[in-house]
Design a protein around this ligand. Structure first.
Ligand code: ADP
Ligand code: ZN
Ligand code: ZN
Length: 765
């Protein structure tokens, strides 16, 4: 038999040369039974036309009744008895249903990020709750007045008072809800009787739960300024010139408050006028009442949201409303990318640099890439927006893969904040042993006096255990990798990337000072220090501990917005997407905390956080001030954020990524292995390394690093190891993943261990 050549569009490279003879077909995509696929043979002549998502007709059951189903996967072998397998009857050639597209999206995710098809389908298609649907019934008068008069006469003769009462009630509007019928004291038997006589019909409509409830809306009226208008027009030109086909990815780079959201809304308005729909992705943390309200004021009822607070049922309903056309704009975090619009025209990703757009569980897909895949497949356009674009996106924009649009001014009058960088080493030299530099201290006192608000920010995540010197400010680094060493126990420093390991030194290897230690400043410590130094100040603290309760997060923010505290202390949560016009001072307690975390994206994260933090100060009329305290005042990401200069940051960072072969210059895949048994894990890691090495023997440019212990080598008694693989071509890494998946599929070891993949990871493992 000749090899059927499979056409996979974007992922063609990884599966070239394989023979796919069988297809797994799903007949009923009714959500609970996603793993119920049936094996069918692919007839030779269909070869390259059978791929995931294609709607086919198959003989089913004993009578070989022809029914329709979707192709889920294509395989070289079948699980079902080969002698009994039937052939696919034909390909259904009609308009591509949304289910088809979602299956193909699931396949893209499975293929490019690593997971089973079942896991991918469950990610893409929401699970239906077995809860009963809410049905709204309406009784409708369907007969002519003449005929009705005849019946009225007849009923009067028979003294059928209940029927007469119902007819009377229906006369005015010709329809009424079944609830009202009940309220009038009319029984369902009466309704049924009239229905049988052919006078009324009862329509049933499923009622969807709607999470968006607003009343009392002011009309929306903002006129775009010239800069905004130019960007809108430019993107619209791309859309119009492409006539319903994919019109590319557009990156809008503009500081917070430059009016990006207004541009999004203008573009959405036009897309809806085209008869299409839009998805708006916003990180959950920035998805506030105010944001949703803005969209709702402009567009009204066709807006819906999904977020993690919705129940599975509510969420399912929102997707149903999108499918049946009630909703035309879906706002939500990462998973909004799967909204089953039939006529998708636009996908907007606000704060596109946010790492929350990448899933932290299998399949570890990136919503930006999934969005681009969907847009290409469905003829939509992607718009990304950020004040601090991800290095990945900016790189692509400069290469011409995305279209770059820049906004230079703030939309409303506001003076940019004044930024000070304070050297904590100097403070120590001058005998200041508190957490607050002299400048920050002076400013805090000033604001407390003026009754203006203050935000103190500490980046707690990602610092844990990194060791640095209080005297010279140097972090202790791995000689083989450009990452900080992490303290393990109390005695060892280790590199997460290559496994390099040394005993914890007694003194700083750079300057000999004995003041070296792992960082450990937490929000709680900052709060204690504030209370001690500024006893008159009222404080609020926002971190994982204080926000773990339901609504804890919103409560703290609204308390602060209402002026119930002078100082808000928190982790990165407090710098994202909230407007507090009375805040005129932002203090960053220690800007280094995310710098040396063992993660190639740590400079990028630091720059983004500091720039966002700076954006928090002075959003009202007063000019704001920002104090960044640091042990590394010369670090380029701190300097660039102090200068509020994205280009300065980007140029340095891309040089580093390029020299050390990190994304976006190179693609990178982490193979993450876990087991409760340390020995089994070690054996597995070596075997997988062996598999990767066989590929590396053929691909000179494939770089293999590890196996090494994961950043956190044990969680919950499960040991973790990682191998990093790098290559300029993403597809080569996908091929390596496929090889490892294939070779480990039936491996005895995998009964007690597991393997996962993470492409272009957002953080260390
Ligand atoms: P971004 O999304 O870039 O942070 P927004 O779109 O939220 O910026 O705009 C910031 C503020 O400026 C909002 O209050 C918005 O209503 C207002 N704004 C934006 N564009 C205009 C405009 N052309 N005219 C008046 N106000 C505007
Ligand atoms: Zn030192
Ligand atoms: Zn190293």
């Amino acid at each position: 038999m000749t090899k059927p050549k499979i056409h996979y569009g974007f992922w063609a490279k990884s599966i070239e040369g394989l023979i796919f003879m069988y297809a797994k077909i799903i007949v009923d995509i009714s959500h609970e039974k996603l793993d119920k696929g049936f094996d069918y043979r692919i007839p030779e002549h269909m070869g390259d036309k059978i791929y995931p998502g294609v709607l086919v007709s198959i003989p089913f059951g004993k009578g070989n009744r022809l029914i329709q189903g979707y192709v889920l996967e294509v395989n070289e072998t079948a699980e079902y008895d080969e002698d009994k397998i039937k052939d696919i009857a034909e390909i259904v050639e009609k308009s591509v249903p949304i289910e088809s597209r979602l299956i193909s999206l699931a396949w893209f995710i499975k293929e490019n990020y690593g997971s089973t098809m079942n896991q991918a389908l469950k990610t893409v298609i929401p699970i239906k709750e077995s809860k009963k649907d809410i049905i709204k019934k309406t009784v409708i008068l369907t007969t002519s007045d003449e005929k009705l008069a005849e019946y009225v006469e007849k009923y009067e003769r028979k003294h059928a008072t209940a029927r007469l009462k119902l007819i009377e009630a229906l006369k005015e509007n010709r329809q009424m809800s079944s609830e009202l019928v009940v309220k009038l004291g009319i029984s369902s038997a009466t309704v049924k009787a009239l229905e049988q006589e052919g006078l009324v019909t009862v329509s049933e409509e499923k009622v969807y739960r709607n999470p968006v409830k607003f009343s009392d809306l002011k009309p929306y009226g903002i006129v775009l300024n010239k800069e905004q208008r130019n960007i809108c027009e430019s993107i619209r030109n791309y859309i119009d010139n492409n006539r319903g086909r994919y019109a590319g990815v557009h990156l809008i780079h503009g500081i917070t408050g430059s009016g990006k959201t207004e541009i999004y809304m203008e573009l959405i308005e036009k897309i809806i006028a085209d008869g299409k729909e839009a998805i708006v992705m916003i990180p959950e943390i920035a998805l506030t009442y105010q944001t949703v309200m803005r969209f709702y004021r402009k567009f009204g009822n066709v807006v819906s949201i999904i977020n993690s607070k919705l129940s599975a049922g509510e969420r399912y309903d929102q997707f149903e409303r999108a499918k049946n056309g009630d909703v035309k704009i879906m706002i939500g975090p990462r998973s909004a990318v799967f909204t089953p619009f039939r006529n998708l025209g636009l996908i907007i990703i606000d704060e596109e640099h946010e790492s929350s757009y990448k899933s932290e569980t299998v399949p570890r897909y990136h919503a930006r890439e999934a969005a681009i895949f969907r847009a290409k497949a469905e003829g939509a356009t992607v718009v990304l927006g950020s004040a601090t674009p991800s290095v990945d996106s900016y790189y692509k924009a400069l290469k011409g893969e995305y279209v770059l649009h820049e906004l230079h001014k703030r939309a409303k009058e506001a003076v940019p904040a004044e930024v000070f960088v304070e050297d904590l080493r100097e403070e120590l030299k001058e005998g200041n042993r508190t957490m607050f530099s002299r400048r920050l201290d002076e400013f805090i006192k000033d604001r407390l006096e003026k009754k203006q608000q203050i935000m103190l920010f500490i980046n707690r995540r990602g610092y844990a255990g990194f060791v640095s010197c209080r005297s010279c400010g140097k972090a202790i680094k791995c000689p083989h990798c450009d990452v900080g060493l992490t303290l393990h126990g109390n005695k060892h420093l280790r590199c997460h990337y290559c496994g390099y390991d040394i005993p914890m030194p007694q003194t700083c290897p750079e300057c000999g000072s004995k003041y070296i230690a792992a960082f450990g400043t937490g929000t709680q410590k900052v709060e204690e220090a504030v209370n001690k130094m500024y006893p008159q100040a009222r404080t609020l603290r926002m971190d994982l501990d204080t926000t773990s309760k339901k609504d804890g997060y919103e409560n703290i923010l609204s308390a602060f917005a209402n002026g119930e505290a002078d100082i808000l202390i928190g982790t990165q949560m407090i710098v994202k997407g909230h407007d507090f016009p009375n805040v005129t001072l932002v203090g960053v307690i220690a800007a280094d905390l995310s710098l040396y975390a063992s993660d190639y994206r740590s400079s990028e994260k630091t720059f983004q956080l500091l720039t966002q933090a700076a954006g928090r100060a002075g959003r009202g009329r007063e000019r704001g001030q920002v104090v960044i305290q640091t042990y590394a005042p010369d670090n380029f990401s701190i300097q660039a954020s102090a200068n509020q200069d994205y280009t300065e940051f980007y140029n340095q960072e891309i040089m580093y990524r390029s020299l050390s072969e990190y994304p976006p210059v190179c693609s990178m895949m982490a193979i993450m292995m876990t087991s409760k048994d340390e020995k089994i894990l070690a054996v597995l890691a070596e075997q997988i390394k062996g598999m990767v090495d066989t590929v590396a023997a053929k691909h000179e440019k494939l770089r293999v690093i590890g196996p090494a212990d994961a950043g956190i080598a044990r969680i919950n008694d499960v040991y973790r190891k990682v191998i990093y693989v790098k290559h300029t071509e993403y597809e080569v890494l996908v091929a390596v993943k496929n090889l490892v998946e294939e070779k480990t599929e039936d491996m005895e070891l995998l009964k007690r261990a597991s393997v996962q993949f993470d492409f272009n990871p957002m953080s260390g493992f």
